[in-house]
Design a protein around this ligand. Structure first.
Ligand code: KG4
Ligand code: ZN
Length: 341
């Protein structure tokens, strides 16, 4: 089964063709980073308008790369939640209309389920159940993937997502948008012990965490240095911040491994590209005798291939969209986002 998938939840307009959930026939990503970098972050209305301009172009490119005519696709999928609502509506409505016009099924896909499914494209042997750390721009959670369309949230952030913390700290350090890759690069030559940063503890919730204290500590450090006229060791601060994020996420995931006796562990979302996190996760896998599955770097960020991979399993579970299918800015990973006919 060949699915044409569309992704437009934030600042990438993407289209891909995926066969049977596992084989990538094409994967086109049109990024708006240069536009939003001018403003230091994503401007939602501009993102929606750029999706409008790009969605047909990326779809035609995905079909051309797969050497397919649009009438040869068996179904159309699109991200319908969560994300910037104006941005989501562009891809969701385009996908739904295309499916309607071609008389093919429409499959609404949850964006975070898609991030997890990116891993299926790289590891044909990976099957649920497995434990997942989700670390993206909008979400940070520890999730048990019980089956392809069945999820249990075991813990998560009480405030900012990991990626959000990276982006805010990047702004303070003046490295620009998007912050994650820039902080990662800056940290390569820094001393991770250079600055002492706080650790978050949530009483009676060992798998929950928080990034707001860490973010505030970095902001205060930067402001104090500026007021005193001291030069900040930016590389050291970036490295200390990466170490603190790792120290927030990895011990909780390790605790979840012990609690659930998981054998297989996945990390998904944009922050899964972070070099310090990837190294710490592979150390954890050795310590806990688990097998670690990390998506390749190009599938960590937003793309439509991951949406096409998850769409196949949603299709098999009967989770189809109907003519009144809507899009939603927020939705738990456990929620079935198909609107009833
Ligand atoms: O998953 P994603 O592409 O979008 C959402 O679904 O939110 O994640 C984007 C986030 C951004 O906050 C970005 O700064 C972060 O992922 N990110 C990174 C790295 N690459 C991207 N964070 C840390 N280190 C990286 N190498
Ligand atoms: Zn994402």
């Amino acid at each position: 089964m060949r699915i044409l998938a569309i992704e437009s939840s934030c600042d990438e307009t993407a289209a891909a063709i995926i066969e049977d959930g596992r084989k990538m026939l094409s994967n086109v990503v049109d990024t708006q980073i240069a536009t939003h970098a001018l403003y230091g972050g994503v401007v939602p209305e501009i993102a929606s308008r750029r999706h409008m301009e790009a969605v047909v172009r990326v779809t035609e490119q995905a079909l051309a790369d797969a050497e397919m005519d649009k009438h040869e696709v068996d179904a159309v999928a699109a991200t319908c939640a969560p994300g910037l609502i104006g941005a989501l509506l562009v891809g969701a409505n385009f996908g739904k209309s295309l499916a309607f016009a071609m008389n093919k099924p429409f499959i609404p896909v949850h964006h975070i389920r898609g991030h997890i499914a990116a891993t299926y494209l790289a590891y044909p042997e990976l099957k649920p159940p497995f434990l997942t750390l989700i670390a993206s721009g909008g979400h940070s959670e520890i999730v048990m993937v019980k089956d392809y369309t069945e999820f249990e949230i075991l813990g998560g952030t009480r405030d900012d997502a990991a990626g959000e913390a990276f982006d805010k700290v990047a702004r303070v350090l003046g490295v620009g948008y998007p912050g994650g890759p820039k902080i990662d690069a800056l940290a390569q030559n820094g001393d991770p012990k250079r600055y002492k940063l706080p650790d978050s503890r949530i009483k009676d919730a060992p798998l929950d965490f928080s990034f707001s204290g860490l973010k505030t500590a970095v902001i205060n450090l930067a402001h104090n240095a500026e007021q005193k006229g001291e030069t900040l060791d930016r590389e050291g601060l970036a490295a200390s911040f990466c170490a603190a994020v790792v120290h927030t996420l990895v011990p909780r995931l390790e605790e979840a491994v012990h609690q659930t006796h998981a054998r297989n562990v996945v990390c998904a979302g944009g922050v899964a590209a972070n070099s310090f996190l990837r190294a710490a996760l592979s150390d954890m896998a050795k310590r806990t005798h688990t097998r670690l599955f990390l998506p390749p770097l190009k599938l960590c960020g937003d793309n439509a291939a991951m949406i096409g991979a998850q769409a196949y399993y949603e299709y098999l579970a009967g989770n189809l969209g109907h003519t009144l299918q809507n899009a939603y800015p927020t939705a738990d990973i456990g929620r079935n986002i198909c609107d009833k006919a």
